[in-house]
Design a binder for this molecule. Structure first.
Ligand SMILES: *[C@@H]1O[C@H](CO)[C@@H](O)[C@H](O)[C@H]1NC(C)=O
Ligand SMILES: *[C@@H]1O[C@H](CO)[C@@H](O)[C@H](O)[C@H]1NC(C)=O
Ligand SMILES: *[C@@H]1O[C@H](CO)[C@@H](O)[C@H](O)[C@H]1NC(C)=O
Ligand SMILES: *[C@@H]1O[C@H](CO)[C@@H](O)[C@H](O)[C@H]1NC(C)=O
Ligand SMILES: *[C@@H]1O[C@H](CO)[C@@H](O)[C@H](O)[C@H]1NC(C)=O
Ligand SMILES: *[C@@H]1O[C@H](CO)[C@@H](O)[C@H](O)[C@H]1NC(C)=O
Ligand SMILES: *[C@@H]1O[C@H](CO)[C@@H](O)[C@H](O)[C@H]1NC(C)=O
Ligand SMILES: *[C@@H]1O[C@H](CO)[C@@H](O)[C@H](O)[C@H]1NC(C)=O
Ligand SMILES: *[C@@H]1O[C@H](CO)[C@@H](O)[C@H](O)[C@H]1NC(C)=O
Ligand SMILES: *[C@@H]1O[C@H](CO)[C@@H](O)[C@H](O)[C@H]1NC(C)=O
Length: 448
């Protein structure tokens, strides 16, 4: 028999029990990552869509085959194990879902996942252990507001591309990567001015793209990586390069420093590196030390265009005989001396247009063999001697917009070694010479 008292006690307790269960439910509810989200994928040539609510995405998506899944809705937090043990998930797009935080352990046991796209969200921090034990093609974290990367944010990860571009990083700390292998790391369009020592030494990577940041120097302790082949630093603020800056990048092949604040290139920065392509254009370089590019035995392409150079040094590039593409246009070079290109007889493409070349030595091109493209237009050349191209053959020669009044001799002979085309327009030809030039050009360039 229950007395009134016991009934009321029972009622009170059961009420508390219900309340407790209710609160527990709410508590769990807070941890539900996917609340009435729209999950879509492509199957049998049509878009498939379902709505769903679940703590783990696994419970929403069908399980039979390889799934390329997009999720939309409002997903402010990816809780622990919210994308977990989904053996058929090949690609996951969680773009523009107002994501603000990822709890460590959110992702795991995703054996076939290749693309994890988290771009266009509101992440500000990647916590330690967020991306662990993953082997995929790409993690895309572009277009967030990430300003902090914790130690071990990426741990035991094998990736092709890690996209962290267009975020708000101002420093790149050390130990972000633990046992990570990458092809390319994209860090462009952040605000990075400081890179911690060894920030990149714990990641095995091929290319590092840092354009549009605020880097002022190449600190060799920061730029340490035993495998890096491509380093892009365009649109930064590098003012000065020093001997030894590249000593910890032994495999570097391509270095681009376009649009920085360089004013001079001292010697010893690049010597004995494996660099094949060096891009230094669009700086304010007024001086290049005579030995600055010496002993670069792999160098094939050098771009020093759009700088403030006034003179040419025929001693440049001693020991760098493989150079084949040299761009030095848009400077203020006034004179090209004897044997100006003697150290690199394989030169194939030479751009010298838009300088102030008035004096061109008759022996300037000696030692060259075949130059496919030789561009000297928009200079101040007043004379072109008939033996200018002795022993050199040229594909296309551009001499437009100079100050030539006449060229002595038989033009068929003067330009006899030019194979494809000669361009001579916009020169102040004297009356006597204009007809000769016109006739020659008509004949010479008829097939061009
Ligand atoms: C779920 O979302 C769909 C469309 O986004 C909406 O029509 C539906 O009312 C929502 N259901 C709940 C329970 O919020
Ligand atoms: C993000 O989604 C909102 C609507 O949900 C839309 O207005 C906006 O254009 C989207 N932004 C991007 C970058 O896709
Ligand atoms: C990963 O998933 C497989 C199969 O779904 C399971 O056997 C294994 O225990 C899981 N491993 C972990 C670490 O969860
Ligand atoms: C969240 O991110 C979206 C897309 O990047 C952006 O439009 C929005 O302003 C951000 N909101 C906040 C609060 O940062
Ligand atoms: C590293 O990650 C791989 C998956 O890419 C996993 O198979 C392996 O067990 C992980 N190793 C350790 C030490 O956690
Ligand atoms: C990563 O996955 C690829 C196949 O997608 C496989 O060939 C490779 O061995 C894996 N690497 C590691 C370290 O697990
Ligand atoms: C480092 O990563 C490789 C490849 O994913 C894995 O085989 C190895 O176990 C990892 N080592 C440690 C210490 O995590
Ligand atoms: C770098 O050059 C830009 C313009 O070319 C200039 O605005 C900026 O002040 C320079 N920065 C430094 C640090 O010298
Ligand atoms: C070239 O580099 C070596 C180290 O590799 C250095 O000892 C030498 O002084 C450098 N030469 C010049 C001209 O700076
Ligand atoms: C042109 O080449 C020939 C044969 O190699 C050589 O004898 C001659 O001196 C060269 N002429 C000039 C001006 O370099």
């Amino acid at each position: 028999m229950l007395t009134g008292k016991t009934i009321s006690v029972f009622k009170r307790y059961s009420l508390q029990l219900v309340l407790a269960i209710f609160l527990l439910k709410i508590g769990n509810g807070e941890e539900i990552t996917f609340k009435n989200v729209t999950v879509s994928w492509w199957k049998d040539n049509t878009d498939q869509t379902i709505f769903g609510t679940a703590d783990n995405l696994k419970k929403i998506i069908p399980s039979e085959e390889e799934m390329y899944v997009g999720v939309s809705g409002y997903i402010p937090v990816l809780y622990e194990q919210s994308v977990y043990e989904i053996p058929n998930l090949k690609s996951l797009h969680l773009e523009n879902v107002s994501l603000k935080a990822i709890k460590p352990g959110a992702f795991g046991n995703l054996s076939v996942l290749q693309y994890l796209v988290l771009s266009d969200n509101n992440l500000t921090e990647i916590k330690s252990g967020t991306f662990t034990n993953l082997n995929l093609s790409e993690i895309d974290l572009r277009m967030n507001s990430i300003n902090s990367l914790q130690t071990g944010a990426f741990k035991n990860v094998t990736l092709k591309y890690l996209r962290l571009n267009n975020n708000k990083l101002s420093e790149f700390p050390s130990n972000v990567f633990e046992n990570v292998t990458l092809t390319g790391l994209h860090l462009y369009e952040n605000h990075i001015h400081t890179i911690a020592p060894n920030a990149f030494s714990t990641v095995s990577m091929d290319s590092l793209n840092l354009f549009y940041n605020q880097i002022e120097k190449l600190d060799p302790e920061a730029f340490t990586n035993s495998e890096l082949r491509t380093l892009i630093l365009n649109y930064n603020r590098v003012k000065l390069l020093r001997a030894g800056d590249l000593k910890n990048l032994p495999q570097l092949k391509r270095l681009s420093l376009k649009n920085n604040n360089l004013t001079e290139i001292p010697e010893g920065v690049f010597n004995n590196t494996k660099i094949t392509d060096l891009e230094l254009h669009h700086n304010k370089i007024a001086r290049i030390a005579s030995k600055a590019f010496n002993d670069m035995s792999g160098l094939r392409g050098l771009n020093i265009a759009f700088n403030k150079l006034t003179s040419w040094d025929n001693g440049w590039l001693d020991g760098s005989s493989q150079l084949s593409v040299f761009r030095a246009s848009f400077n203020q070079i006034a004179e090209i001396p004897d044997e100006a290109f003697k150290n690199y007889p394989r030169l194939y493409y030479l751009a010298l247009q838009e300088n102030k070349i008035a004096k061109l030595s008759v022996k300037a091109f000696r030692k060259l063999g075949y130059v496919e493209y030789l561009s000297l237009n928009s200079n101040e050349i007043v004379s072109w001697r008939k033996d200018m191209l002795v022993n050199v053959s040229v594909g296309t020669l551009d001499l437009r917009m100079n100050k030539l009044k006449c060229i002595e001799g038989d033009l068929d002979q003067v330009f006899g070694s030019v194979i494809d085309g000669v361009y001579l327009s916009n020169n102040p030809w004297s009356e006597g010479c204009a007809i000769k030039v016109e006739e020659f050009l008509k004949k010479k360039n008829q097939d061009v």
